[in-house]
Design a protein around this ligand. Sequence first.
Ligand SMILES: C[S@@+](CC[C@H](N)C(=O)[O-])C[C@H]1O[C@@H](n2cnc3c(N)ncnc32)[C@H](O)[C@@H]1O
Length: 270
Amino acid sequence: MSDDSLWLSTMAAVPEAQQQRRRRRGRRSVAVARPFRVDFNDIDRRQGSGNLSRRRQPLARALGAKTRTIFDATAGWGRDAALAALMGFDVLAAERCAVVSAMLTDGLVRAEANPSLSLALGGRLSFKHGDACEILAAADGDGTPPPDAILIDPMWSSANGFGKARRKVATALPRASLQLLSTLLLAPSSSTPAVQTLESRGGANGDGGEASSANDATRTLIDAALRSEGVHRVVLKKPRAAPPLEPPPNARQLDVVETNLVRFDVLVPL
Ligand SMILES: C[S@@+](CC[C@H](N)C(=O)[O-])C[C@H]1O[C@@H](n2cnc3c(N)ncnc32)[C@H](O)[C@@H]1O
């Protein structure tokens, strides 16, 4: 690359067997498609009734009109965090994967060097490397003012199937960047199991298509968020086709915001 940005090759996101299949079918391999870096400059910044409209943007509706400060417990590539900051929320986002975290920092440094983007972000976006549960616990202990809302967007996988819903999730799935993220997080050197599976009470194939919820790691995160002193709402983002969340006993479901592909479950701690 000709600049100093941290780039990752999307080649890493595509298993060799899949690449061979694509080549056999005469399709251009994702492996040579393009390198990837965190870039907040490509987020649509139209105001008014555009992408940054807090009345229309599903993320903002889920976070709530009274929310000012957000803790994004699952930063990933920082898209939701940056979008929220551009809409005027104050955002601290946690990411536990060191590579992803370094790329977020790199993306933020470049964003701040871009005058118009930096102005639009208004210093409202920051990232912290670490486990969100630990960061929340430390903040509770040291008197850091709590965020108004906590956003949780774990990696979801349809690997164990969930019946009729499966097709929808498959089509919602990965742009190269998401595929790259899940490959990174599943790498043997990754210290943390990061991809949650969608369980179904309807059995291994989920034929009942009934309510199901995230696995233990996600439950732990939701629980830590709900127990955080002073937090008004916890927003869980997931593929729309994933089975609905059953609210934990220490929370009440306030709202659900849905788009074609995504569903936000809004929980209020009891
Ligand atoms: C689906 S991605 C989030 C995508 C993000 N919302 C975006 O807009 O780019 C989930 C990310 O959360 C991170 N993650 C999962 N559990 C975490 C935890 N307990 N603490 C910090 N990061 C976590 C994973 O490493 C992964 O990068």
